[in-house]
Design a protein. Sequence first.
Length: 438
Amino acid sequence: DGTEVSLDVLDVQTYGGYILHTCSLLDSNDNLIPLSSLKNGLQVKAAVDYKRRGKVAPNHTMTHVLNYALRKTLPDSNIDQKGSQVSDEKLRFDFSLGRGMQLQEVQAVEDIVNKIIKSELPVSSKAVPLKDALGINGLRAVFGEVYPDPVRVVSVGPEVDALITEPGSDEWTSYSVEFCGGTHISNTREAGAFVILEETAVAKGIRRISAVTGEDALRAMQQASSLEREAAGIEDAVKTMKAKEGSDGELAALDENVLAFRQKLETLSVSQVTKNRIRGQVEALQKEVSVLKNQAIVKKVDRVVKVAREEVRSLYAAGKRTAVLQVNVGSDAKAIKRVLEDIKKEAPELSFLIVSEELDASLSTNKLTVSAVVPEAFQNSIKANDWINVALKAVGGKGGGKAGLAQGSAVIPAEGSEGVMKGILGDAEKYVLQVHVH
């Protein structure tokens, strides 16, 4: 009907002497249109997508150079190609190796490829008799592959004619020379840059390298530089926090920033070497922040214990044998245990209940931890587990334990928590009055 349609060629294969193109059918707006629009005898104009090819070609040539760089870096490992995939987005190369590569080896391979790019070596290709091609010293061919005769030789550096003229020269082992029928750049400088994103296992004895070239490689380098600056900033923030006694809120915010940065690091496409180095740096920072938080907890507990001991000492001196106290050590089990033990040490004959509130500005609720201790001499009239349940009943909390020691918890709304806390403390006080223990 005169409508122009475009077909993106997805694959090309030969069958029975025919060349078969597998395509997707698209209109000018990239919408699928009915296959019935195509009929036998229609004229078709074939055109190369040079924009896409311009990205595929450097990835393909650098796959050859990567193969060479691996053999150069791991000369005793009998590196053999086990597969490859090249697209306009990245390149993938599978090779034989019975272990994972060390980071310095990955870096060495990346450096060799980038050195060859900067050396601006010419890339030449020519179809030559298979017998002559097989005699080139340093030639790489895929084991088990059947090659045509004549075969196309792709050389990164020396001209193919020079290789054929003096095939046994040791000089050729210093260059990438392979059989290949694919598209390539004419000079290594066209690749721009090369970055290895990942080196990983795909099967027993088979490793895989994924990498990018050109603008994608430059973008990966820029992102890596940005991450390094951000990591340095976080490191400075940790050093600053070390130099002063940061508040709980400041430490929590720093901890969240480090965690968020690590999550960001894992999502970005940057050099594997850079990512691993920064990951190690972040892990060390997380440990440092954890130490700072623990130190802050210890200092906080010291302050709380000091206040609690003074209050208990005052009550004890006034003849009181029960106490209901609010302490601010959050829900940390070690901190709460420390408070309990110090109060018991200060006043061994005191029955007491403590309430600790965990505050988190990022949540709409606060967690309460309630603990009670009753000396054996008073357990006939007051029981720690009953005391806990009375204190938490109004807020739906649960507790457990025995007459001498019990603990419970509850979650209350952050908004209005002060009023709720007063109610809990009041109910705990009423229980003591009801059992006539003063």
